[in-house]
Write a protein that binds this ligand. Structure first.
Ligand SMILES: *Cc1c(COP(=O)(O)O)cnc(C)c1O
Length: 400
């Protein structure tokens, strides 16, 4: 298959400001004037194309960012939300009604797992949790009332690779929708081009890359985005998780350097993963041949962006994990913090932080061990120096 160059599609956009500024002007307004009363009435009926009505619906600054994300994903449209969770929950609620059923990967972001497991039962929406790399069990879980399959391209925190094309095939066969969270792999994987109907993002992570705000996005068909934003029935319009335009304008600027950052995150993570592997650590990284879906990852990725910045290491138990993280923080290797896609390395013990919503028995069942430590590798200029410090910490804590 021909590989995609989503970075060039972002670069080719011509988006400039009202007065010719190289950055689009920020529309710092919640409401908009209409020169004629008729136009206002039309805009409530979804007509009056190109007119802005009220910023919970559309804001020009959010529209620029949405257009850039749609260009990146090659989808017809995009939609901006105030968080990744808002993107995920709005996309799911837009598709599902009471009595419907969802098939999802059992390993997902903790908040997503909690929403599917604890929140959706309120609406009598049933959810089957499956091992997403076992395509037979995915298809067997589909029922007549199934509305969608949900997964993450690289699942959190175990970094299983979803077979996007095969899962899309299952969805098409059964006439259901396929939602995929591509937060860990922007540019690296183009899920819509591989058949996903709806691509969701937490822009809080790699896309923004600065850890200075929380934001999300949905990329999909014009039909889906229109229904999501419908004034009378759209989930995003009515639940209202709108992002402030000041923030969306700063995310748009960061999106334009995403390709450089992803390459450096991937380069550094590959280096650390190889050294950890040689040191005998139990390391999971999709760029290593030892990763069970390494070949699949190579098939679905846009190779120039590498295998991503995320890796997971099993350090045995949480006490050891805490000691290593403490030592690494003391050595200024990075921060003991949740979140990812930052210019500095971040590390956290998954079972006791971002996946703590997942009950312990399920954690063990899916292979999320007590010592599993997730790393988001930073943009370090000299990664050999970083590894030397890391090795020092691993020796000091007697891990190696
Ligand atoms: C962080 C994250 C989310 C949630 O995003 P927020 O912006 O924190 O709401 C969803 N999915 C993945 C994979 C994430 O890492």
């Amino acid at each position: 298959m021909k590989k995609k160059d989503p970075a060039s599609r972002i670069q080719d956009l011509r988006q400039f400001g009202e007065f010719g500024g190289v950055n689009p002007s920020i529309t710092d307004s919640s409401t908009y004037t209409f020169l004629e009363a008729d136009t206002m009435v039309d805009s409530f009926h979804g007509e009056a194309q190109g007119c802005f009505l009220y910023s919970r619906h559309w804001n020009p600054s959010n529209k620029y960012l949405a257009d850039a994300l749609a260009a990146m994903e090659e989808t017809e449209e995009g939609w901006i939300t105030a968080s990744g969770m808002a993107a995920i929950t709005c996309a799911i609620l837009e598709l599902c009604k009471c009595g419907d059923h969802i098939v999802t990967s059992v390993t997902t972001y903790g908040g997503t797992f909690a929403f599917l497991k604890n929140y959706l039962p309120k609406f009598n929406i049933d959810v089957s949790f499956v091992n997403i790399v076992d395509l037979d069990s995915v298809e067997k879980a589909v029922r007549p009332n199934t509305r969608l399959i949900y997964t993450e391209t690289l699942t959190n925190p175990l970094l299983q690779v979803s077979d996007v094309s095969a899962l899309s095939g299952i969805c098409k066969k059964h006439g259901i929708k396929f939602i995929i969270d591509n937060t860990f792999t922007p540019l690296i994987v183009s899920p819509a081009a591989l058949g996903a109907d709806i691509v969701v993002y937490s822009m809080t992570k790699f896309i923004n890359g600065k850890n200075d705000c929380v934001a999300g996005a949905i990329c999909s068909s014009a039909d889906f985005i229109n229904s999501l934003s419908d004034v009378n029935s759209g989930t995003a319009m009515l639940l209202g998780p709108v992002l402030d335009p000041l923030r969306s304008s700063s995310i748009l600027k960061n999106l334009n350097t995403l390709h450089i950052r992803m390459k450096q995150h991937s380069r550094n993570a590959m280096y650390i993963a190889e050294r950890m592997f040689e040191a005998g650590l139990k390391i999971t990284y999709p760029g290593l041949e030892s990763h069970p879906q390494h070949e699949l990852m190579k098939e679905i990725m846009n190779p120039e962006f590498g295998f991503g910045g995320m890796l997971a290491v099993d350090l045995g138990d949480h006490e050891t994990s805490y000691r290593v993280m403490q030592a690494m923080q003391d050595q200024d290797i990075g921060y003991l913090a949740v979140s990812l896609g930052y210019f500095k390395t971040l590390f956290s013990n998954s079972g006791h932080s971002t996946s703590s919503e997942v009950p312990e028995d399920i954690q063990r069942e899916i292979g999320l061990s007590d010592g599993l430590t997730r790393f988001s590798i930073g943009l370090d200029n000299d990664i050999e120096r970083t590894w030397a410090k890391m090795l020092g910490c691993l020796k000091e804590t007697r891990v190696v």
